[in-house]
Design a protein around this ligand. Structure first.
Ligand SMILES: Cc1cc2nc3c(=O)[nH]c(=O)nc-3n(C[C@H](O)[C@H](O)[C@H](O)COP(=O)(O)OP(=O)(O)OC[C@H]3O[C@@H](n4cnc5c(N)ncnc54)[C@H](O)[C@@H]3O)c2cc1C
Length: 460
C-alpha cells in the first residue's frame, strides 16, 4: 500500500491536532487539518485577533513558552499541510467527513480520521442561569483572552475545578475586582486527592498559588457551597444566593456570574461514526472507547486530547502524536517502538493527575435532584427540570433520548452539548437510578448549526 496515497484528516488545530499533524508530516504525509476557529491554538493556547498586541506572558502566564512553541511549530507546518480554518466538521459517515466553510459545504473523503476536537464547559444549571450576565467559566476566560474584555466589573465565580481558580485569578490580575470564588467541592476532597495530584507537582504548585493570591487579595472564598439562585435586577445579574457548607443561606452581590464544573469531551463526530462508548466512572461521562494510543472501536478512526478524555494540554500534545503514530502503524508504516513507549510513559502521570482532579473537584450530579421544577435545563428549547420529571414519572420514560423525543431537552441548536449531562442527572434522580442507567444523548448531524445558505460545492 502506498502510504502517500492515504488521505488523513485531523479535526482540531489545538495542542492534540497540531502535534498529530506534525507527526504525520514527519512521516511524509500531507494531512488535511480542519478547525472551526479562525486561528490555530485551540482553547488554552487560543490566539488573540491579529491586531491585538498583548505579549504571550500576559495572555498565557506560566504556559507562555508552550503556547509560543505550539504556534511557532504550527506556522512551520503551514506549507506542508492542507489547513482549513473557519471550517466546521458537522457530519460524518464511514470514510467521509462533511464540512462547511462559510456557506460552502464539502464532502471530504478520508482513509484515516484523527478527532482532536477538545472539550467544552460542563454545566449544572441553577435558577437564573439564563439571565444576561451569566457565563460559563470558559466563556469568561475567552472574553478575557481573546477580546481583553471582562464579563463584569464585579464578577462572582462559582462551580468547581481548576478553571474556577485560574479564571478568577486571571480576572484579578487583569485588574477586575473579583467579588467571590465559591466552590461546590469541600476542601477535604482536595486533601484526599493530594497523592494523585502530586503526580504533577508543578501544576499543583501553580493551582495552590492561584488560591493563595486570591485569598491574599481579600477575595471572598468558600468551599462546599451549593449555589441556589442567580439574583437578577432589571433583567441583569445582581448577585448570587448560595448555601454555605454549614447550611446557612448567604448572598453575594455582583454584576456577573462565571460558573462551570470542569469540562466535558466533544465526542459527537465519534458518535456519528458509531464508535463504541462507555461510561467513565471517574469523569462521570460517557466517553468513546479508545486503546492506549487513541484507536477507537472503528477502523481508521482515532481520538486524541480532551476530545477523548480530559487530561489537559500537555497530555493532549502527547496523545496527538501518539494517535498519529497509531494511524501510521495501522497504514503499514514502521514507527520506532521506543517512540510509542516513551509517549505512553509520559502520559501515565497525566492519567493519575486527571483522577486526582476529578476526586478533588467532583461533578455535583446530586444537585440535579434538588433543582426547583421551574429551573431551565435546556435553554435552547426552554425545557425545565419539571418537564423532565414529568417525562420520567408521568410518561414513564427511563431513557434520555426518549425524554428528548417527548419533552425536547437537547433538541435545539446546541444539540444537548450544554444541557445533556444535567438533563440525564435530572432524569436519573427522578427515576431513582444512577446517571449511567439513563444513557446519553445520541449525536445527530449537523452537530452544530449550519448557515442557512450553505450549498454543496465540488468536494474534497
Ligand atoms: C474554554 C476552555 C478554556 C480552557 N482554559 C484552560 C486554561 O486556561 N489552562 C489550562 O491548562 N487548560 C485550559 N483548558 C483545557 C485545555 O484547553 C485543554 O486541555 C487543551 O486545550 C486540550 O487540547 P486539545 O487539542 O485536545 O483541544 P482544544 O485545545 O480544545 O482544541 C480543539 C480544537 O478543535 C476544534 N474543533 C472542535 N470541534 C470541531 C469541529 N466539529 N469542527 C472543526 N473544528 C472543531 C476547536 O475549534 C479547537 O480549536 C480550557 C478548556 C476550555 C474548553
Amino acid at each position: 500500500m502506498a502510504v502517500t496515497a492515504q488521505r488523513i484528516i485531523v479535526i482540531g488545530a489545538g495542542p492534540a491536532g497540531t502535534r498529530a499533524a506534525a507527526r504525520l508530516v514527519e512521516a511524509g504525509l500531507r494531512p488535511i487539518v480542519i478547525d472551526e476557529g479562525e486561528r490555530q491554538g485551540g482553547q488554552i493556547y487560543r490566539r488573540q485577533p491579529p491586531h491585538f498586541t498583548r505579549p504571550p506572558e500576559k495572555l498565557y502566564g506560566s504556559e507562555a513558552p508552550k503556547a509560543v512553541a505550539l504556534h511557532r511549530d504550527f506556522e512551520a507546518l503551514r506549507e506542508k499541510i492542507d489547513y482549513r480554518p473557519n471550517t466546521l466538521a458537522w457530519g460524518a459517515k464511514p470514510g467521509m467527513l462533511m464540512t462547511v466553510t462559510g456557506d460552502e459545504a464539502r464532502e471530504v473523503p478520508y482513509d484515516a480520521l484523527i478527532i482532536a476536537s477538545g472539550a467544552t464547559d460542563r454545566v449544572m444549571p441553577m435558577p437564573g442561569w439564563t439571565v444576561p450576565g451569566v457565563y460559563t467559566l470558559g466563556a469568561a476566560q475567552i472574553a478575557l483572552k481573546a477580546q481583553a474584555c471582562a464579563i463584569g466589573a464585579a464578577p462572582i465565580f462559582t462551580g468547581t475545578g481548576p478553571l474556577l481558580y485560574l479564571v478568577a485569578w486571571q480576572y484579578m490580575k487583569a485588574g477586575v475586582k473579583v467579588r467571590a470564588v465559591l466552590d461546590t467541592s469541600p476542601f477535604s476532597l482536595r486533601l484526599k486527592a493530594l497523592r494523585y495530584l502530586a503526580a504533577r507537582p508543578e501544576v499543583l504548585r501553580h493551582g495552590m498559588g492561584y488560591t493563595a493570591d486570591l485569598k491574599r487579595a481579600g477575595v471572598q472564598m468558600a468551599n462546599g457551597i451549593t449555589p441556589l439562585e442567580v439574583m437578577a435586577h432589571d433583567g441583569r445579574v445582581a448577585g448570587l444566593r448560595w448555601r454555605d457548607a454549614a447550611g446557612r443561606e448567604q448572598s453575594t452581590e455582583g454584576d456577573a456570574v462565571g460558573f462551570g464544573y470542569g469540562l466535558r469531551s466533544e465526542t459527537q463526530i465519534a458518535d456519528l461514526l458509531k464508535c463504541d462508548f462507555a461510561f467513565d466512572s471517574i469523569a462521570k461521562q460517557w466517553l468513546p472507547v479508545v486503546d492506549s494510543d487513541g484507536r477507537s472501536s472503528k477502523k481508521g478512526v482515532y481520538l486524541a486530547g480532551d476530545g477523548a478524555m480530559v487530561r489537559g494540554a500537555d497530555a493532549a500534545e502527547m496523545a496527538g502524536r501518539l494517535a498519529a503514530c497509531a494511524a501510521l502503524l495501522d497504514m503499514g508504516l514502521s514507527i520506532p517502538a521506543a517512540e510509542i513507549e516513551k509517549l505512553r510513559a509520559q502520559l501515565a502521570p497525566m492519567g493519575k493527575f486527571r483522577q486526582g482532579l476529578e476526586m478533588a473537584f467532583p461533578w455535583p450530579g446530586h444537585q440535579a435532584a434538588s433543582l426547583p421544577d421551574s429551573t431551565i435545563i435546556c435553554r435552547c428549547e426552554k425545557v425545565t427540570a419539571g418537564d423532565i420529571r414529568h417525562a420520567a414519572k408521568d410518561l414513564d420514560t427511563p431513557e434520555v433520548n426518549r425524554t428528548k423525543q417527548l419533552v425536547r431537552p437537547g433538541m435545539g441548536r446546541c444539540q444537548g452539548r450544554m444541557c445533556g449531562l444535567a438533563a440525564a442527572e435530572v432524569l436519573a434522580a427522578a427515576r431513582g437510578v444512577p446517571a449511567e442507567q439513563v444513557g446519553r444523548l445520541r449525536g445527530a448531524a449537523p452537530i452544530k448549526p449550519l448557515p442557512i445558505g450553505a450549498r454543496l460545492v465540488e468536494s474534497a
